[in-house]
Design a protein around this ligand. Structure first.
Ligand code: 6PG
Length: 243
């Protein structure tokens, strides 16, 4: 499917548009299925979206949240993606605890915690060994270096295709991350990108030619729908893409 790119006037409009798309997808999916599986992005951009979702009356018992990546810290740590989402959203709505599938980070062994999350996905989705789960929605961001989830430029994680979760590496710091095949199995991916500091990455991600190992978000080509929601500061990159 051809990616949809929308440039919104500012971050608050971007967040409102993202919420509109997320809620519409939840309602559409639950009109035909019993549960909705959603993967949350970390970082700072999605926080106001999570805060807005906390004000909505949604069928929380039918919504399951997962994370596409996690810093290797306890959930109480200020850097925790699961901690941010809990404080902004999940602690404020009656979502059953069993619907919240945070990545484990307590084994003092990132590879072991990655395997534990792999097993959680296998059990939840009733996957055959080696199968890739299909999430209804995956939210992603990009760093100014073009990473997405915790798939950083030039790292081993970019080449891992035989499992769903692997250990990412940011400047020597371990992270847990989905692998590219899981992202590309999604029914819908929404990228949330704000700020002029993302322009260089966007130019390379949208250019006809660029190395995905240098700009990893280029690997994201889901079987389902791909939507880029940019604010004007980031979206200015689109007017000067090298063809
Ligand atoms: C993380 C994220 C990461 C994030 C980008 C953008 O754990 O940091 O999952 O991929 O989406 O780094 O972060 P900002 O939204 O803070 O710019």
């Amino acid at each position: 499917m051809t990616p949809i790119i929308e440039v919104q006037s500012d971050v608050s409009v971007l967040v409102q548009r993202a919420a509109e798309l997320v809620i519409a997808h939840i309602n559409q999916t639950l009109s035909q299925a019993e549960r909705f599986t959603m993967v949350l992005a970390g970082g700072s951009t999605p926080k106001p979206l999570y805060e807005y979702l906390a004000t909505q009356d949604l069928p929380w018992s039918q919504i399951h949240v997962f994370w596409g990546d996690e810093r290797y810290v306890p959930i109480t740590h200020p850097d925790s993606n699961a901690g941010m989402a809990a404080r902004a959203w999940l602690d404020r709505v009656p979502m059953p605890p069993e619907n919240i599938h945070a990545m484990p980070t307590g084994a003092a062994d990132p590879a072991r915690d990655a395997q534990t999350y792999e097993q959680e996905l296998q059990a939840f989705f009733q996957l055959a060994p080696g199968a890739v789960p299909t999430f209804d929605l995956i939210l992603l961001g990009i760093g100014d270096d073009g990473h997405t989830a915790s798939l950083f430029p030039g790292t081993e994680a970019l080449g891992v295709c035989d499992r769903n979760i692997t250990v990412g590496n940011k400047d020597g710091q371990p992270r847990l991350t989905f692998t590219i095949p899981v992202l590309n199995q999604a029914q819908k991916i929404i990228f949330l990108v704000a700020g002029a500091n993302k322009q260089t990455a966007l130019r390379h991600i949208f250019a006809d030619q660029a190395d995905p190992n240098t700009w990893p978000a280029r690997y994201v080509k889901p079987q389902g729908q791909l939507i880029w929601l940019l604010d004007q500061a980031a979206g200015a990159a689109l007017t000067t893409i090298d063809s």
